[in-house]
Design a protein around this ligand. Structure first.
Ligand code: ADP
Ligand code: ASP
Ligand code: MG
Length: 465
């Protein structure tokens, strides 16, 4: 079971988590907990590291550490109650203080160096989870349950060196069995989500929102009956409830649909979450911490063809459009190859590609944070000839409709673009993968919410049709 940032938002919520875990254990299950950082702490850590490297002000660091200390001490006091509370709070507070001291030293180091590497970003951002796990562990202890806390690396998640987006190495799966399985009989281990370590023992992170992925890696390694992700929403919804408040919970969804949804921006799941679960065919459940008895969403391997053609609508923000054009591109072999090689070498993540049959232009959607290096790379590669113009636009979003029922159903694209046309939403580029499980397109950032609302209604996802 993984608990997200809102689910462990403060001490009383952490206590609720410990009670939930106890309840499932008492009813005959073996449980492992994966925890996120307290809500907002990862953002605060990243902000503080950035400020430290830019301003070099150690006084700001001291204030930050004081606040963080207060917040976590308070959480420990509220989460740990009962007869033995005093002793347990003492032990937990001591552990928190030694973590906070390390963190302070690291941030002050960054102040002096004036430099923030990807490796230090991962190190600093790991503290959110590393400060939460001991509190949750103490809360379980105070309920009379044996528990130990582990970092992702201690638990066996050994990753590649890709700081900020690391992936587990195959050997993680056997290490997790070795280190965690023996504890399940008589305790509930608590493992930090989001982080692992590389083969040299240096802390890495699995990317923002990565605790979902951690839970899935651990669940797959232990061949769990189910992997449960507890959040503040009722499950996977038909779209982001922030955009469409009427969005409904999807009771059952297939692995492939859930993967497409998360790739195409549904923030509810880290994009890699499903991969380890698929390997062992383990069902993944998304449930609401604040309404535990409600069934949530279950993500499963096979799904009988459902009557819903479109299951969900998603939106990716923070992307950018690049348009490459020039009459010299027409009929010239190898232009696309050069464009993509250049972008790959520059480490640019490409989200969508489109080339008109006139061959006079190629349009690409890339990660917003990769735009500058992408444009620079293409300009350098083609500095003399073929490509005349490289333009860019940051104010765009990618919207996708997702559903396995779309495969081989004629007319879905017609309905998508018909509805958008009627609503006067201008579509900039379009793409449909050959899996036919999604249709995605780019629109101006100003039109994104409208596009999502129109399609949500068109496919009856609000339950009106
Ligand atoms: P946690 O970090 O607690 O595990 P997240 O905050 O990552 O949970 O995910 C829940 C958030 O995802 C919600 O606040 C919601 O606004 C957003 N969201 C976006 N798309 C969807 C969707 N299709 N279904 C559910 N939530 C969604
Ligand atoms: N705490 C991390 C984040 O905010 C990981 C997570 O919550 O899943 O991105
Ligand atoms: Mg998340």
């Amino acid at each position: 079971m993984k608990f997200g940032g809102t689910s462990v938002g403060d001490g009383s919520r952490i206590k609720h988590v410990a009670e939930l875990a106890k309840e499932y254990r008492d009813s005959g299950n073996e449980v492992v907990l994966v925890t996120s950082a307290l809500n907002g702490v990862t953002d605060a850590l990243l902000k503080s590291a950035k400020e430290a490297s830019e301003t070099g002000k150690t006084s700001t660091i001291k204030e930050f550490i004081t606040d963080l200390t207060k917040q976590h001490h308070q959480a420990a006091q509220d989460a740990i109650t009962g007869k033995k509370a005093k002793k347990i709070v003492e032990v937990v507070t001591e552990e928190l203080d030694s973590r906070l001291e390390e963190l302070e030293k690291a941030l002050i180091g960054i102040c002096y160096l004036g430099e923030l590497t990807v490796r230090s970003i991962d190190y600093i951002s790991s503290y959110g989870e590393r400060l939460t796990a001991p509190i949750l562990c103490g809360s379980l202890n105070s309920l009379g349950i044996k528990s130990r806390s582990f970092t992702g690396g201690d638990a066996g998640i050994i990753t590649t060196d890709d700081y900020g987006n690391a992936r587990p190495l195959e050997k993680s799966y056997s290490l997790i069995i070795e280190r965690i399985e023996p504890l399940l009989k008589d305790s509930i281990p608590v493992i930090t989500g989001f982080i692992g370590e590389n083969e040299a023992g240096i802390i890495t992170t699995l990317g923002r929102g990565g605790s979902d992925f951690s839970a899935s890696i651990i669940g797959a390694a232990l061949k769990a009956d189910e992997i449960w992700l507890w959040k503040e929403v009722h499950g996977i919804l038909t779209t982001d409830p922030m955009i469409v408040p009427e969005a409904r919970t999807i009771p059952v969804i297939s692995y492939i649909e859930a993967m497409e949804l998360s790739y195409f921006g549904a923030k509810v799941l880290h994009p890699r979450t499903i991969e380890p679960a698929i390997k062992h065919g383990i069902p993944v459940r998304v449930k609401n911490t604040f309404d535990p008895s409600s069934p949530g969403t279950i993500i499963v391997k096979d799904l009988k063809q459902s009557k819903d053609i479109v299951k969900a609508v998603t939106v990716i923000r923070n992307v950018a459009l690049i348009n490459i054009s020039g009459a010299g591109m027409v009929g010239t072999i190898g232009v696309a190859a050069r464009v993509f090689t250049t972008l790959a070498n520059a480490g640019v993540n490409i989200i969508m590609i489109s080339q008109g049959s006139s061959e006079a232009n190629i349009s690409l959607v890339v990660d917003g944070s990769h735009l500058d290096k992408a444009v620079k790379g293409i300009r350098a590669e083609f500095k003399n000839g073929i490509i005349k113009d490289v333009t860019q636009d940051r104010n765009i979003c990618v919207v996708a409709v997702v559903g396995a029922g779309m495969a081989n159903t004629p007319g879905v694209a017609g309905r998508v673009f018909g509805a958008l046309g009627k609503a006067r939403v201008n579509v900039i580029i379009i793409s449909q993968g050959s899996s036919q499980h999604n249709i995605s397109f780019a629109v101006s950032g100003d039109d994104a919410a409208k596009a999502v609302q129109v399609l949500h209604r068109e496919f009856g996802l609000d339950g009106e049709n």
